[in-house]
Design a protein around this ligand. Structure first.
Ligand SMILES: [Zn+2]
Length: 271
Protein backbone atom coordinates (compact mmCIF):
# COMPACT_ATOMS: atom_id res chain seq x y z
CA UNK A 1 0.00 0.00 0.00
CA UNK A 2 1.55 3.34 -0.99
CA UNK A 3 1.65 6.12 1.57
CA UNK A 4 -0.54 9.22 1.37
CA UNK A 5 0.66 12.25 -0.59
CA UNK A 6 -0.60 15.81 -0.25
CA UNK A 7 -1.28 17.95 -3.30
CA UNK A 8 -3.35 20.96 -4.24
CA UNK A 9 -6.09 20.28 -6.77
CA UNK A 10 -8.82 22.02 -8.72
CA UNK A 11 -12.00 19.98 -8.68
CA UNK A 12 -13.28 19.71 -12.26
CA UNK A 13 -16.31 17.44 -11.97
CA UNK A 14 -18.06 15.37 -9.33
CA UNK A 15 -20.54 12.57 -9.73
CA UNK A 16 -22.35 10.13 -7.52
CA UNK A 17 -20.75 6.68 -7.46
CA UNK A 18 -22.85 4.87 -4.87
CA UNK A 19 -25.27 5.75 -2.07
CA UNK A 20 -22.38 7.13 -0.05
CA UNK A 21 -19.42 7.68 -2.38
CA UNK A 22 -18.48 10.36 -4.87
CA UNK A 23 -16.13 10.23 -7.84
CA UNK A 24 -14.32 13.43 -8.74
CA UNK A 25 -11.99 14.42 -11.54
CA UNK A 26 -9.24 16.63 -10.20
CA UNK A 27 -6.56 18.68 -11.87
CA UNK A 28 -3.71 18.31 -9.40
CA UNK A 29 -0.48 20.21 -9.06
CA UNK A 30 1.45 16.97 -8.50
CA UNK A 31 0.12 14.65 -11.22
CA UNK A 32 -2.11 16.60 -13.59
CA UNK A 33 -5.60 15.25 -14.20
CA UNK A 34 -6.66 12.21 -12.17
CA UNK A 35 -9.91 10.56 -11.03
CA UNK A 36 -10.46 9.96 -7.34
CA UNK A 37 -13.05 8.28 -5.19
CA UNK A 38 -14.20 9.95 -1.97
CA UNK A 39 -15.68 7.19 0.14
CA UNK A 40 -18.48 8.19 2.47
CA UNK A 41 -18.76 11.66 0.86
CA UNK A 42 -22.57 11.53 1.06
CA UNK A 43 -22.70 10.49 4.69
CA UNK A 44 -24.24 13.22 6.88
CA UNK A 45 -21.10 13.89 8.88
CA UNK A 46 -18.68 13.48 5.98
CA UNK A 47 -15.56 15.62 6.14
CA UNK A 48 -15.94 16.18 2.36
CA UNK A 49 -19.09 18.36 2.62
CA UNK A 50 -18.48 21.68 0.90
CA UNK A 51 -14.85 20.85 0.16
CA UNK A 52 -15.22 18.77 -3.00
CA UNK A 53 -17.31 20.91 -5.35
CA UNK A 54 -16.68 21.90 -8.98
CA UNK A 55 -14.04 24.65 -9.30
CA UNK A 56 -13.05 24.61 -5.65
CA UNK A 57 -9.32 24.47 -5.01
CA UNK A 58 -8.46 22.10 -2.21
CA UNK A 59 -5.56 20.54 -0.40
CA UNK A 60 -6.01 16.83 -0.96
CA UNK A 61 -4.54 13.74 0.66
CA UNK A 62 -4.42 10.98 -1.96
CA UNK A 63 -3.17 7.41 -1.87
CA UNK A 64 -1.68 7.45 -5.33
CA UNK A 65 -1.06 4.09 -6.96
CA UNK A 66 0.68 3.75 -10.32
CA UNK A 67 -1.42 2.50 -13.25
CA UNK A 68 -4.65 2.80 -11.29
CA UNK A 69 -7.66 4.38 -12.99
CA UNK A 70 -9.29 5.53 -9.77
CA UNK A 71 -7.25 6.86 -6.86
CA UNK A 72 -8.34 7.02 -3.24
CA UNK A 73 -8.96 10.51 -1.89
CA UNK A 74 -8.62 10.18 1.86
CA UNK A 75 -9.29 13.81 2.80
CA UNK A 76 -9.69 17.22 1.22
CA UNK A 77 -9.94 20.75 2.56
CA UNK A 78 -11.02 23.64 0.35
CA UNK A 79 -8.44 26.40 0.45
CA UNK A 80 -10.09 28.64 -2.14
CA UNK A 81 -13.83 28.21 -2.62
CA UNK A 82 -13.95 31.27 -4.97
CA UNK A 83 -17.22 32.66 -3.67
CA UNK A 84 -17.09 35.37 -6.39
CA UNK A 85 -17.51 32.66 -9.01
CA UNK A 86 -20.73 31.28 -7.62
CA UNK A 87 -22.30 34.71 -7.10
CA UNK A 88 -22.50 35.59 -10.80
CA UNK A 89 -23.61 33.61 -13.85
CA UNK A 90 -21.07 35.34 -16.09
CA UNK A 91 -18.16 34.60 -13.76
CA UNK A 92 -19.39 31.05 -13.20
CA UNK A 93 -19.67 30.45 -16.96
CA UNK A 94 -16.07 31.51 -17.63
CA UNK A 95 -14.86 29.66 -14.52
CA UNK A 96 -16.49 26.50 -15.84
CA UNK A 97 -14.88 27.11 -19.22
CA UNK A 98 -11.47 27.03 -17.46
CA UNK A 99 -12.49 23.72 -15.85
CA UNK A 100 -13.73 22.32 -19.16
CA UNK A 101 -10.48 23.23 -20.88
CA UNK A 102 -8.47 21.35 -18.22
CA UNK A 103 -10.87 18.41 -18.36
CA UNK A 104 -10.60 18.10 -22.14
CA UNK A 105 -7.00 18.93 -22.84
CA UNK A 106 -4.91 17.65 -19.92
CA UNK A 107 -3.87 14.15 -18.90
CA UNK A 108 -2.13 12.49 -16.00
CA UNK A 109 0.99 14.56 -16.47
CA UNK A 110 2.04 17.28 -14.10
CA UNK A 111 2.36 20.85 -15.32
CA UNK A 112 2.89 23.22 -12.37
CA UNK A 113 2.85 26.24 -14.68
CA UNK A 114 -0.58 25.41 -16.09
CA UNK A 115 -1.84 24.55 -12.61
CA UNK A 116 -0.66 27.92 -11.29
CA UNK A 117 -2.17 29.75 -14.26
CA UNK A 118 -5.54 28.02 -13.80
CA UNK A 119 -5.65 28.91 -10.07
CA UNK A 120 -4.66 32.54 -10.72
CA UNK A 121 -7.29 32.75 -13.47
CA UNK A 122 -10.10 31.44 -11.25
CA UNK A 123 -9.01 33.84 -8.53
CA UNK A 124 -8.90 36.72 -11.02
CA UNK A 125 -12.33 35.96 -12.55
CA UNK A 126 -13.86 35.73 -9.08
CA UNK A 127 -12.44 39.12 -8.08
CA UNK A 128 -12.56 41.25 -11.25
CA UNK A 129 -15.64 43.22 -12.34
CA UNK A 130 -17.97 40.95 -14.35
CA UNK A 131 -17.35 42.82 -17.60
CA UNK A 132 -13.69 41.69 -17.50
CA UNK A 133 -14.42 37.97 -17.02
CA UNK A 134 -14.37 37.15 -20.75
CA UNK A 135 -11.17 39.10 -21.33
CA UNK A 136 -9.53 37.28 -18.42
CA UNK A 137 -10.67 33.94 -19.80
CA UNK A 138 -9.04 34.57 -23.20
CA UNK A 139 -5.82 35.58 -21.40
CA UNK A 140 -5.95 32.18 -19.69
CA UNK A 141 -6.53 30.37 -22.99
CA UNK A 142 -3.53 32.01 -24.58
CA UNK A 143 -1.32 31.07 -21.61
CA UNK A 144 -2.80 27.57 -21.38
CA UNK A 145 -2.27 26.60 -25.03
CA UNK A 146 1.27 27.95 -24.61
CA UNK A 147 1.80 25.60 -21.64
CA UNK A 148 0.65 22.73 -23.87
CA UNK A 149 3.28 23.63 -26.46
CA UNK A 150 1.27 25.79 -28.88
CA UNK A 151 2.38 29.39 -28.79
CA UNK A 152 1.08 31.71 -31.50
CA UNK A 153 3.52 34.24 -32.95
CA UNK A 154 2.15 37.79 -32.83
CA UNK A 155 5.29 39.94 -32.88
CA UNK A 156 6.41 39.78 -36.50
CA UNK A 157 4.86 38.97 -39.89
CA UNK A 158 5.39 35.41 -41.10
CA UNK A 159 6.11 36.69 -44.64
CA UNK A 160 8.54 39.60 -44.28
CA UNK A 161 9.64 39.11 -40.67
CA UNK A 162 8.83 42.74 -39.87
CA UNK A 163 6.78 44.18 -37.02
CA UNK A 164 3.45 45.42 -38.42
CA UNK A 165 2.90 49.20 -38.41
CA UNK A 166 1.02 50.29 -35.25
CA UNK A 167 -2.12 51.30 -37.18
CA UNK A 168 -2.19 48.29 -39.52
CA UNK A 169 -4.69 45.44 -39.47
CA UNK A 170 -3.09 42.01 -39.84
CA UNK A 171 -4.35 38.53 -40.56
CA UNK A 172 -3.78 35.73 -38.06
CA UNK A 173 -3.60 32.28 -39.64
CA UNK A 174 -4.95 29.80 -37.08
CA UNK A 175 -3.17 26.88 -38.80
CA UNK A 176 0.29 28.45 -38.89
CA UNK A 177 -0.32 30.29 -35.61
CA UNK A 178 1.31 33.36 -37.15
CA UNK A 179 0.36 36.86 -38.27
CA UNK A 180 0.67 38.11 -41.84
CA UNK A 181 0.87 41.80 -42.75
CA UNK A 182 -1.09 43.45 -45.56
CA UNK A 183 1.85 43.42 -47.98
CA UNK A 184 2.41 39.67 -47.52
CA UNK A 185 -1.25 38.63 -47.80
CA UNK A 186 -1.70 35.06 -49.05
CA UNK A 187 -4.54 32.67 -49.83
CA UNK A 188 -5.64 29.72 -47.70
CA UNK A 189 -5.08 28.91 -44.04
CA UNK A 190 -7.72 29.80 -41.46
CA UNK A 191 -7.56 33.59 -41.56
CA UNK A 192 -8.77 35.93 -38.80
CA UNK A 193 -8.46 39.69 -39.19
CA UNK A 194 -6.98 41.38 -36.11
CA UNK A 195 -7.28 45.10 -35.49
CA UNK A 196 -4.26 46.87 -33.96
CA UNK A 197 -6.12 46.96 -30.63
CA UNK A 198 -6.73 43.20 -30.69
CA UNK A 199 -3.12 42.48 -31.67
CA UNK A 200 -1.76 44.69 -28.85
CA UNK A 201 -3.96 42.93 -26.32
CA UNK A 202 -2.79 39.49 -27.55
CA UNK A 203 0.87 40.49 -27.30
CA UNK A 204 0.30 41.88 -23.82
CA UNK A 205 -1.64 38.81 -22.59
CA UNK A 206 0.98 36.45 -23.92
CA UNK A 207 3.44 38.00 -21.47
CA UNK A 208 0.95 38.68 -18.70
CA UNK A 209 -2.13 36.41 -18.85
CA UNK A 210 -3.62 37.70 -15.60
CA UNK A 211 -5.41 41.03 -15.92
CA UNK A 212 -4.67 44.05 -13.82
CA UNK A 213 -7.93 45.41 -12.30
CA UNK A 214 -7.01 48.86 -13.66
CA UNK A 215 -6.44 47.62 -17.20
CA UNK A 216 -7.41 50.14 -19.95
CA UNK A 217 -10.78 49.37 -21.59
CA UNK A 218 -10.85 47.05 -24.56
CA UNK A 219 -13.28 47.55 -27.43
CA UNK A 220 -15.85 44.67 -27.49
CA UNK A 221 -15.19 44.21 -31.23
CA UNK A 222 -11.47 43.66 -30.49
CA UNK A 223 -12.37 41.09 -27.81
CA UNK A 224 -14.55 39.28 -30.36
CA UNK A 225 -11.61 39.11 -32.80
CA UNK A 226 -9.39 37.74 -30.01
CA UNK A 227 -11.96 35.16 -28.95
CA UNK A 228 -12.61 33.91 -32.50
CA UNK A 229 -8.92 33.63 -33.37
CA UNK A 230 -7.83 31.85 -30.16
CA UNK A 231 -10.82 29.53 -30.26
CA UNK A 232 -10.09 28.50 -33.85
CA UNK A 233 -6.36 28.09 -33.09
CA UNK A 234 -7.18 25.88 -30.08
CA UNK A 235 -9.71 23.71 -31.92
CA UNK A 236 -7.30 23.22 -34.83
CA UNK A 237 -4.22 22.38 -32.73
CA UNK A 238 -5.69 20.61 -29.69
CA UNK A 239 -8.57 18.92 -31.50
CA UNK A 240 -12.11 18.45 -30.29
CA UNK A 241 -14.90 20.95 -30.61
CA UNK A 242 -15.49 24.37 -29.09
CA UNK A 243 -15.85 24.52 -25.30
CA UNK A 244 -19.52 24.05 -24.41
CA UNK A 245 -19.25 26.38 -21.39
CA UNK A 246 -18.46 29.22 -23.81
CA UNK A 247 -21.82 28.78 -25.53
CA UNK A 248 -23.40 29.16 -22.10
CA UNK A 249 -21.23 32.20 -21.33
CA UNK A 250 -22.36 33.82 -24.60
CA UNK A 251 -26.04 33.17 -23.86
CA UNK A 252 -25.64 34.62 -20.35
CA UNK A 253 -23.84 37.64 -21.83
CA UNK A 254 -26.64 38.20 -24.35
CA UNK A 255 -29.35 37.92 -21.68
CA UNK A 256 -27.46 40.36 -19.47
CA UNK A 257 -27.04 42.84 -22.32
CA UNK A 258 -30.78 42.67 -23.04
CA UNK A 259 -31.62 43.14 -19.35
CA UNK A 260 -29.21 46.05 -19.13
CA UNK A 261 -30.82 47.65 -22.20
CA UNK A 262 -34.33 47.06 -20.82
CA UNK A 263 -33.50 48.57 -17.44
CA UNK A 264 -31.93 51.55 -19.24
CA UNK A 265 -35.08 51.98 -21.33
CA UNK A 266 -37.27 51.74 -18.22
CA UNK A 267 -35.10 54.35 -16.49
CA UNK A 268 -35.40 56.62 -19.52
CA UNK A 269 -39.17 56.17 -19.67
CA UNK A 270 -39.49 56.96 -15.97
CA UNK A 271 -37.21 59.98 -16.17
ZN1 LIG B 1 4.81 40.96 -44.04
Amino acid sequence: MPGPAVTEAICLTVQKFSETSKIAILYTRAWGRISVIAKGAYRPKSQFWGHLEPLSVAECVIYKKPNERLQLLSSCRAIAPWTGLTGSLTRAAFGFAVGEFLYRHTYEENDPELFGLACSTLESISRLPERLAARQFWGFMLGAVGCLGFRPEYDVCDGCGRKPAPDQRVVFDAIAGKIICRQCRREGGRPHVLSPEALNELIKRQHQPILDPNEAELNPAALEEIAASIEDFTVYHLGGSRLRSLGFARRVGTVEQVNHRKSKETDEMEA
